[in-house]
Design a protein around this ligand. Structure first.
Ligand code: KIV
Ligand code: ZN
Length: 506
């Protein structure tokens, strides 16, 4: 591997990522993601599979027209119709593929090995004759006969392919196996080699990195690792592992990784698991006393990378595992200065709640601190004056809210999938301009039984700077409790922002 060179990132979020069951993006949504990927610094964007639908062609066209820095590719099988569909989108770069494993040849394509190689060459020649820059994939390469696979790659390169890609279509590789295939293939082709790993055994990132170590020049990845079945190699994990563990560079602006991940999650509807590396909620969260103490004195004790490297912030959770150091840091963050005695009492109260199985939110911590330190109630930056919801059978759930924000009254109305969703959206409409605060997590628990049960709502809200606050509210009416929890969380974030501004100006 030439360690002084940049490894190229070929992002296929908009193609393989969109093949995640249940995901379907509009052309405008695809364009929004493509623009963000371009800002992120990917070298190539696979914008879609034009033969699939008119919407797909519209999306690819729209993205090509945008004139991004990244190369924009369209996917096509090695046949005239697919290539013509891609050409109709004005693309300059095409990702051509045909399967080469005996399983695919026998049961899917019903072709001999010779027929497949002939078809591949024909497709490449046709695309070349139309002036396209070609990356060629032998689908299911890793289950193909190696000598045959090398022959296919050699022939397509002779026919004009500019790059070849080795897809591990069903994710069956191990790092040593893919490394061997890359080395073997590189002996017969003189063009750059890409690797495209699926995550069926959870090895997509490890295999991608092994392939790069073996000499692959380009990695196919998706944001958040979305994609067919268990997904593809995750962009953020590949890029940050290469950078932090191998000292291998890409052109990615790593500080945009988190915002890109959130955008993709929001538009695809695919939630990010909290324990997901790099972009999961818990990736830079600490609760246990030993860990928070360590991180507060030297972040490297329990953090392999600085969260800011990927556009994130470290956060500390109060709970039964927490120690006084972590709780003190959290209280300082929220503007409280307890004495040693008070801190001890607050920590004990937090642990008691944790032992009862309770989540201790930031607003709970404030309530405990207030009861022990005895300071008056916190200033409310935002408050709910009125809430009305309309819902029913065949009625679009609608909510209107009246809020007072920094002394000024605002009214907003929104529709949603249910009354809670509508009410949350209406609040966000008002707070959007001020702080772009989003609901990140919502949990509803019934405290008592029956249809008049007391409901408890726990929310996590996040602003555009990545400040996250958790809050709670309880009541018999789920919509009111949800709105109050949201308002409590927003107040906590706004107070924190005000404190930070005051600190900076002092
Ligand atoms: O996984 C795969 O084999 C693919 C091909 C289209 C390259 O996505
Ligand atoms: Zn794939």
């Amino acid at each position: 591997m030439n360690f002084y060179k940049y490894v190229e990132i070929f992002d296929t979020t908009l193609r393989d990522g969109e093949q995640t069951p249940g995901v379907s993006l509009t052309p405008q949504e695809k364009l929004e993601i493509a623009k963000q990927l371009d800002r992120l610094g990917v070298d190539a964007i696979e914008a879609g599979f034009p033969i699939a639908s008119q919407g797909e062609r519209d999306a690819v066209k729209l993205i090509v027209k945008e004139g991004l820095n990244a190369e924009v590719y369209a996917l096509a099988r090695v046949n005239k119709n697919d290539i013509d569909a891609a050409l109709s989108c004005d693309i300059k770069n095409i990702h051509l593929f045909i399967a080469t494993s005996d399983i695919h040849l026998t049961y899917k394509l019903k072709m001999s090995r010779e027929q497949a190689v002939e078809k591949a060459v024909e497709g490449v020649e046709y695309a070349k004759a139309h002036g396209l820059n070609i990356e060629f994939s032998a689908e299911d390469a890793t289950r193909s006969d190696l000598e045959y696979l090398k022959k296919v790659y050699k022939f397509v390169v002779e026919a004009g392919a500019n790059r070849i890609d080795i897809p591990d279509t069903v994710g069956v590789m191990t790092p040593s196996k893919i490394s061997n295939i890359v080395k073997e293939v590189k002996c017969v082709v003189n063009v750059p080699v890409s690797v495209h790993c699926h995550n069926d055994f959870g090895l997509a990132v490890a295999n991608t990195i092994a392939a790069i170590e073996a000499g692959a020049e380009r990695a196919h990845v998706t944001v958040n690792g979305i994609g067919e079945r268990a997904g593809n190699a995750a962009l953020e994990e590949v890029v940050i592992s290469l950078y932090s563990l191998y000292g291998i560079k890409t052109r990615i602006n790593t500080q945009l990784i988190y915002s890109t991940s959130k955008l993709v999650s929001q538009l695809t509807g695919i939630m990010i698991p909290p324990n997901k590396a790099i972009v999961g909620d818990n990736a830079f969260g600490h609760e246990s006393g030993i860990h928070t103490h360590g991180v507060l004195s030297m972040p490297l004790t329990y953090e392999p990378i600085n969260p800011e490297l990927v556009g994130r912030k470290r956060w500390i959770q109060a709970g039964k595992h927490a120690g006084a150091h972590g709780i003190l840091a959290k209280l300082h963050e929220m503007g409280w200065q307890p004495t040693e005695e008070q801190l001890k009492a607050i920590t004990n109260r937090v642990k008691e709640l944790g032992d009862k199985g309770k989540t201790v939110t930031d607003t709970d911590l404030v309530a405990i601190a207030r009861s022990i330190i005895g300071r008056g109630s916190e200033e409310k930056v935002i408050d709910l004056l009125d809430l009305a919801v309309m819902t029913g059978f065949k009625v679009v759930p609608t909510a209107s809210v009246k809020l007072v924000l920094e002394g000024k009254e605002y009214i907003a109305a929104e529709t949603g999938v249910g009354p809670v969703d509508a009410a949350v959206k209406a609040i966000q409409k008002v707070t959007d301009n001020l702080a772009n605060i989003r609901l990140k997590e919502y949990r509803l628990e019934a405290i008592t039984g029956g249809s008049d049960a007391l409901a408890e709502v726990i929310v996590k809200v996040e602003d555009r700077e990545g400040n996250i606050m958790s809050a709670r509210a309880a009541g018999e009416d789920i919509v009111i409790a949800s709105v109050e929890a949201m308002i409590n969380g927003i107040n906590e974030i706004l107070r924190r922002r005000k404190r930070l501004q005051t600190d900076v100006s002092q």
